[in-house]
Design a binder for this molecule. Structure first.
Ligand code: NAD
Length: 488
């Protein structure tokens, strides 16, 4: 994966490799600064061609009218092929976003598992009969929407792409996937693999390109009937405005600024590991990163000292090296953004207790590396505590009372996730119920299951992905009344 291929990778339209009419994109390996791959990018004319292929395949109906067990068979085959290609997919993702190979491998296997899960959901989906209130039979059926646009970010592309493709296809839709321009590789590779598993041409199309040149025309296209987006809140809001104007459904998985809470009665060893992994796994480039830490005052100093010690043991290094805990940040531009936030925190009176700079020397000099960083001395209204940094930066704050804690934890525009550590079950339950977050972890963090709904409150999003109901996101509910008067 290190040498850039000579010919840029094409788009996928109508089941075939298609030449994009936009400029060539270069994927940069953030561990080395070298070009790892080249991609053709799409223009609005390519968007038209992909939507046309998707619309025609939907109208033709060979995918949407398949029986659920037939669609499930294709999705199971896709899962098998993704698992078979998992090492290639993992290397590809690592070369584009610098995530540790260990984690990329786990994500490739999880992408296969996601297809397996939704194949099972597809096979076991049910409609409903409602109790009649007259001389008729009333039924609810869930139908595919039509052409669905799926737009994904760069931090865990494979996970997000599988999480959207599998349920949207299980529901019988035709889809257009637009991966991030920073990591187009896995979306195109997954697209090809899933098509080869037995999809009718045109049911799955993949367009690489930027948000403005491809994402925006896709969202505005009159034949796109639904948008499923994962990415930043500002982008999500812009997409939601267009969807509102067009009156089409939109699902949004957006950013977060998740509170992570440690009460004085917590199991400290486990809490240190949970808080540490909650922010520094994936170097904070995770929507659920626990980036605001609240520690009850009697434990504050001792806990923060333990955390600093732990942060200083994190080993940065090349992502393919099994002894590296973490690789570089996903891009050089993103590292500069993280640095601006650390500078801002310093200017606001924050004290950098760990990290706060780039590591130096080989192998760091050519990569987008940044040290895990812990900052205290800020208040919850500082910009570093309010805005999503999406990097390895943890802001720590003490608290005195449960009521004050809940007020501070909820005093954020976001509502994606939260974590808390205590040995008191009643307190854990009470606080979990008061936290404004789509997911709350008690005495654990970052546990995620494909079988459990996931999504955000407030500015963290709209709708829930995953779980059996995840397929419903991609369906329209239809009620059918069949008169029984006069017989059939
Ligand atoms: P981003 O919003 O910049 O881009 C996401 C995708 O949207 C990319 O494919 C991009 O090309 C496209 N896009 C950009 N502008 C667009 C437009 N005007 N119209 C249509 N598409 C457009 O986000 P990012 O920097 O790639 O990803 C980081 C963000 O994603 C963070 O905020 C993170 O919290 C969020 N995220 C959320 C979840 C979740 O499940 N809630 C998961 C992962 C990442």
């Amino acid at each position: 994966m290190n040498a850039a291929p000579e010919a840029p990778a094409p788009l996928l339209i109508g089941g075939e490799a298609a030449k994009g009419h936009g400029p060539i994109l270069e994927a940069i390996d953030p561990a080395t600064g070298r070009v790892s791959a080249r991609y053709q990018s799409a223009t609005s004319a390519d968007v038209d061609a992909a939507v046309k292929a998707a619309r025609e395949s939907f109208a033709h109906g060979t995918w949407r009218t398949k029986r659920p067990h037939e669609r499930a068979t294709v999705l199971f085959e896709a899962a098998r092929r993704i698992a078979e290609a998992s090492e290639t997919l993992a290397q590809l993702q690592m070369s584009q976003n610098g995530k540790a190979l260990r984690e990329c491998r786990a994500q490739a296997k999880a992408a296969a598992a996601t297809f397996r899960y939704f194949a099972s959901v597809c096979e076991t989906m049910e409609g409903e009969l409602t109790t009649p209130r007259g001389d008729y039979l009333s039924m609810i059926v869930h139908e595919p929407i039509g052409v669905v646009a799926l737009i994904t970010p760069w931090n865990s592309p494979m996970t997000m792409e599988a999480q959207k493709l599998a349920p949207a296809l299980a529901a019988g839709n035709s889809v257009i996937l637009k991966p991030s321009e920073i990591t187009p590789g896995t979306g195109l590779a997954l697209g090809r693999i899933v098509c080869e598993a037995g999809l009718t041409p045109g049911v799955l199309n993949v367009l690489s390109g930027t948000g403005l040149t491809v994402g925006d025309p896709l969202v505005r296209h009159k034949d796109v009937g639904m948008i499923s987006f994962t990415g930043g809140t500002a982008t999500g809001r812009a997409i939601a405005r267009i969807a509102a104007e067009r009156l089409i459904p939109v699902a949004l998985e957006l950013g977060g600024k998740s509170p992570h809470i440690v009460f004085a009665d917590a199991d400290v060893d486990r809490a240190v590991e949970g808080v540490f992994g909650g922010i520094f796994d994936a170097l904070g480039q995770s929507c659920v990163a626990g980036s605001r830490l609240f520690v009850e005052r009697p434990l504050y100093r001792a806990f923060v000292d333990r955390l600093i010690e732990r942060a200083n043991t994190l080993k940065l290094g090349p992502p393919a090296d099994p002894t590296s805990d973490q690789g570089p940040l996903a891009s050089f531009g993103h590292r500069e953004r993280v640095e601006r936030y650390v500078a801002l925190a310093r200017a606001d009176g924050g004290r950098v207790l760990a990290g706060g700079e780039r590591p130096s020397g080989a192998p760091f000099d050519h990569g987008a590396y940044y040290q895990p960083t812990i900052i205290d001395g800020l208040t919850n209204d500082a910009r570093a505590c309010r805005e999503e940094i999406f990097g390895p930066v943890l802001c720590v704050l003490p608290f005195d009372h449960e009521s004050d804690l809940i007020e501070q934890a909820n005093d954020t525009a976001y509502g994606l996730a939260a974590g808390l550590w205590t040995r008191d079950v009643a307190k854990a339950w009470r606080v979990a119920r008061r936290l404004e977050a789509g997911t709350v972890w008690i005495n654990t963090y970052r546990e995620l299951s494909i079988a459990t709904p996931f999504g955000g409150m407030k500015e963290s999003g709209l709708g829930r992905e995953k779980g059996r109901q995840g397929v419903r996101l991609y369906t329209a509910t239809k009620s059918i009344y069949l008169s029984l008067a006069g017989g059939i």
